[in-house]
Write a protein of this length. Sequence first.
Length: 157
Amino acid sequence: MTEFSDKQKDGYSRAAVLCSRAEKSPASIQQKLQQWGLDDRETDSVMQRLFEEKYLDEERFARSYVRDKFRFNQWGRVKIAYHLKAERISSVVIQSALEEIIDDDYRETIRKLMQEKIRKTKAANSYDLRAKVFRFAQSRGFESDLIFSIFDQLVND
């Protein structure tokens, strides 16, 4: 780190601490470095060092993000992908990370969410119920065709 200025050393140290506590997206760390007063050239060299020393890894971040948002927040693939794009993760990495969601678990999660929503929802008629459940499942980031398929299974069971 001898070629780093004091400002870069400080930025690198602070970023390394953040990255060692939890997975961070490269975009969020780059933004932090700029907030801490590093110019573009300084930020680029610090980012490069963080990648080289494995503090940052786009694929590792994406896999971790997908796992957490699916397991704990019960988000669907659409919403997860949208949020990863907002973190400037590449489409290839997003697709790869989303493939780690097991289809059976995915279907079971949306099924349970929709079952609970149907049970709790007051609707004037079946069309109203369908619309409310659809909006709910779509807001969670699940795909329309899957929502309709599972809704029909739940209502016809």
